[in-house]
Ligand binder design. Structure first.
Ligand code: BGC
Length: 895
């Protein structure tokens, strides 16, 4: 690194933008420790390079104190030493140096710290109610002698809480406080409620529902998983003073919500709604004193990731169907229907949700299993009503309304509020639709935790689905804070022996699942538990900050060491353990999705080797070379032994070959032969996909990285079942769980399963069929990297180094993509026209693009007017390649 310019030298062409923390924009009351800053710079100087930065910090509004300049190109995840004080609002600014000089200081960023449990004076309060019963209201009044200049509400719950101040919802966050490993960690939201307060009497009302905490949940539908009493915690601070807090002086009563269940929906009796509850002097007849719930408040910690919010509202079409009104939002979403009806007092309005329709035209509700997914309202008067549920969400595109005349309806979509990060369009309409379907499946399933599906009695944080999808998720949305929070829960829920559960938060552990009659512990399953290593590295690669590795290193080590202990005296894990394996291989029996073609002994040991390798990589990044060497040696040993024992047979399957190649298990001398075999298999099968959850994210990479791009495209663009695009042709708007969820004859898969959630479950509980599971959407990562040709570098992560390697194909003559990288907008727009490849490439300041263009021996490649260099820096570049290489998927297949 060169010496930094003198402090007085100015670079007026460059400026710092978008200074932020790792917690996502706009979040108040963040954790006091471990703060990290990231920023971007923009420049008008084509030759500029970032050479250093300087931070300044101090009290908001005062002159900030600058620290020593640092010679570094770093712009992401810069750690702020020390802690913020509780409630502290500290301002930060940054400027960067180029060879020319220093930029102006950035706009200041004010970070507001949350409070620790020690600073919470509020108690958790509730009232005695049965699980899945009526939703209690908690209420207090307090007086203010003036309108405060600033007020904060700290809000959390054992269960879910909605809050109103003087009749106005305190926040647009939903399902507060979200789902975490509640036995150890419950989030506290900090909300700016300044505009809601007034001089004189003020009223706070809280509604407290069971949610994940106490409601019947999980496919075994256990109640009271985390505790048998629900309660809320609220503390209102105005101008630095606590003016209201939950305690035994609050009153408890009931409102219109007779029940609220995440799976089943809500029952609302509007005749019990008394708006006066929000007014001072409310009579509170029949109410009683709230009781304090004895709970260790050390569990309450500041929120660090965006909450769930409404992310889209889609108008629904209404038609008459079978004596009811059928609603269609045109898109499968997670959320509910906002419904305006005209009816009479006492009318009962029922809204039943479903993802797809039966061939008969009826709602297909079998896939929901025990989830009722129904909202019921009793009207309190004649006339128009706008109805919406609370504390629930449904996975649906369609809904049937009974009991009143529908005036209008809106599908309200909710999700963890993560900013979209990328765009993709191409000349291939079905591929574009699939991209949109994957985006929606992420949206619909990233509801506080990364779930498998949003509709049936499941919606659990299955670790296998999450790891398969992580790289794609990272490209589609800004997921860094979301993963950091969930990975914390993954670590909390690791067993003492380091085993990682198959669902996080782990609500299955005390029980086993019965898979094909085999008692199966929910722990340590290959490809699921490996989320512990795979996701941190994927986050690091996509966002460029080593924070995730620092935080998860211990968890990663515990998982890999657990596997080593399980292997005992052998190098590899003993055969025969129950594994989910390459789950939902299209050739597995429909009711035994774990019986994939590739041996699960091969798969489990391949993931063991892979996890050891990823851990070694993390150790090296964090500077512990000796430990890295040790885990690399372990990965070598396990990988070699695995291949020797199971490799020959495994590589005859698509998943086995893809795993052997992508995890580097196959001996170098055999790689070409295995890749050829895989390509041959794909060609023979006319691009038919034959992989399950574990092979699917890898198979296209295994082909394209080994010189078999034609076969990769053959698979990608195939539209007969099974394939990705088949479901698009069948009208899918999200990604299906099974390749053949709707069969070519239009009938719906039975979903039948030879598995029972518990011993006392009945066959009816076992169907497994969702139209909204993101795992197979994992190929979108390949689409960004290979079709668009924008890939982050594993060693210089966060798109600081970008591999630009677009690959046109017959049938795909145009693609356009953008990614909001830590450095700024990275974008490409390419097309092949008249035998010439032309691209506009936008590289953000701070990134370097390594060009790998689609050339043939006859090509000339230029950027602007000059021969194409190997590397490009920031700016917009025009790239032209004559006689380009164009993959020919069709040419290899006799029609
Ligand atoms: C879930 C899956 C999950 C699997 C593992 C299913 O019920 O929906 O996505 O990974 O179980 O067994």
């Amino acid at each position: 690194m060169t010496a930094l310019p003198s402090p007085s030298a100015v670079d007026a062409a460059t400026r710092v933008v978008a200074l932020r923390t790792q917690h996502g924009p706009g979040l108040l009351g963040v954790p006091r420790d471990g703060l990290r800053l990231s920023w971007r710079a923009e420049t008008g100087d084509a030759g500029a390079r970032i050479e250093g930065y300087q931070l300044a910090e101090g009290v908001e509004g005062a002159t900030l104190t600058a620290s020593e300049p640092v010679a570094s190109t770093r712009i992401t995840g810069v750690a702020i030493p020390g802690s913020l004080a509780p409630r502290e609002r500290r301002a930060f600014a940054v400027r960067v140096a180029t060879a020319t000089g220093w930029t102006a200081w950035s706009e200041p960023l004010v970070v507001e710290a949350g409070v620790d449990s020690a600073d919470l004076e509020a108690a958790v309060i509730g009232t005695d109610t049965p699980a899945d019963g009526p939703v209690p209201l908690l209420r207090t009044e307090f007086a203010l002698d003036r309108v405060p200049a600033s007020a904060r509400l700290r809000l959390s719950a054992l269960g879910l809480v909605d809050a109103w101040i003087n009749g106005t919802p305190a926040t647009d966050a939903l399902l507060t406080p979200g789902w975490t490993s509640y036995q150890e960690r419950i989030l506290v939201d900090t909300i700016d409620v300044t505009p809601l307060l007034r001089e004189g009497a003020n009223v706070i009302v809280l509604a407290v529902a069971d949610g994940w905490y106490r409601g019947s949940f999980g496919f075994a539908r256990r109640q009271a998983i985390y505790g048998d009493r629900t309660g809320a915690l609220a503390q209102l601070e105005a101008d630095g003073e606590t003016v209201a807090k939950t305690d035994a002086s609050w009153q408890a009563g009931f409102g219109p919500l007779r029940s609220a269940s995440i799976y089943d929906g809500t029952v609302t009796d509007l005749r019990l709604d008394d708006p006066a509850v929000h007014e001072p002097g409310f009579a509170a007849d029949g109410w009683r004193a709230a009781s304090v719930i004895d709970v260790d408040t050390a569990r309450f910690v500041p929120r660090s990731a965006p909450p769930v919010r409404v992310v889209a509202e889609l108008p629904m079409d209404a038609i008459a169907h079978d004596g009811r009104t059928r609603l269609d939002g045109g898109q499968n979403v997670s959320g509910w229907v906002r419904l305006t009806v005209r009816g009479r007092a006492g009318d009962v309005v029922t809204v039943r949700h479903a993802e797809v329709l039966e061939p008969s035209g009826d709602l297909h509700v079998k896939a929901l299993r025990s989830a009722k997914a129904t909202d019921v309202y009793t009207l309190d008067r004649d006339g128009e009503h706008t109805l919406e549920p609370a504390f629930t969400f449904h996975g649906f595109r369609y809904a049937d309304v009974d009991g009143a005349e529908v005036v209008s309806a809106t599908a309200v979509a909710i999700s963890s509020d993560l900013a979209p990060r990328s765009t993709f369009t191409s000349s291939h309409e079905a591929l574009d639709r699939f991209h949109s379907n994957v985006f929606w499946s992420q949206r619909d399933n990233f509801v506080s935790v990364p779930t498998d599906c949003p509709q049936r009695d499941e919606r659990l944080g299955w670790t296998g689905d999450a790891q398969a999808f992580a790289a794609t998720a990272n490209t589609l949305m800004d997921t860094e804070a979301f993963w950091l929070s969930w990975l914390r829960d993954l670590e909390i829920d690791q067993t003492d022996e380091g085993g990682v559960p198959a669902v996080v938060p782990d609500i299955i552990r005390p029980q086993d699942m019965l898979m094909g009659g085999v008692q199966t512990p929910n722990m340590g399953r290959a490809g699921w538990a490996d989320a512990a290593t795979i996701i941190p590295l994927a986050v690091y690669e996509s966002y460029g900050s080593d924070e995730v590795l620092r935080r998860q290193r211990d968890s990663m080590r515990r998982w890999v060491d657990h596997l080593t202990r399980r292997a005992g005296d052998h190098v590899v894990l003993a055969p025969g353990d129950y594994q989910f394996g390459d789950w939902l291989d299209p050739d597995a029996p429909g009711d035994r999705p774990w019986e994939a073609k590739v041996s699960s002994d091969f798969v489990s040991n391949a993931f063991y080797a892979h996890s050891a390798r990823l851990l070694a990589h993390a150790e090296r990044i964090l500077g512990d070379a000796a430990t890295a060497d040790r885990y690399d040696a372990l990965a070598d040993r396990v990988g070699a032994a695995t291949f020797e024992r199971w490799g020959d047979e495994a590589v005859l399957t698509q998943s086995g070959a893809a795993i052997a190649l992508e995890f580097g298990l196959a001996p170098t001398a055999r790689r070409a032969e295995i890749a050829d075999g895989l390509a041959e298999n794909v060609r023979r099968e006319n691009g038919r996909i034959a992989t399950g959850f574990l092979g699917t994210p890898l198979v296209l990479f295994a082909l394209s990285r080994s010189g078999h791009l034609d076969e990769a495209y053959l698979m990608l663009l195939r539209s007969e079942a099974p394939s990705w695009l088949y479901q698009v042709d069948r009208g899918a708007t999200t990604v299906w769980e099974r390749w053949d969820a709707i069969l070519p004859d239009g009938s719906i898969h039975s979903g039948a399963m030879d598995a029972l959630p518990t011993e006392d479950a009945s066959e009816d509980d076992t169907g497994m069929l969702s139209f909204n599971h993101y795992a197979y959407g994992a190929m979108i990562d390949w689409v960004y990297r290979t079709v668009a040709g924008l890939a982050p570098d594993a060693d210089d992560p966060g798109y600081r180094t970008v591999h630009v390697a677009p690959r046109p194909a017959v049938g795909l003559s145009h693609a356009s993509a953008s990614i909001d990288t830590p450095q700024g907008r990275l974008a490409i727009d390419w097309r092949v026209d008249g035998g010439v490849f032309e691209a506009a490439l936008e590289v953000p300041f701070g990134s370097r693009a390594m060009l790998d263009l689609p050339i043939t021996a006859e090509s000339t490649a230029t950027v602007g007017d000059a021969p194409a260099p190997a590397e490009l820096r920031h700016g917009t570049h025009r790239i032209v390649v004559t006689a380009p290489a164009v993959a020919a998927p069709g040419a290899v297949v006799p029609a």
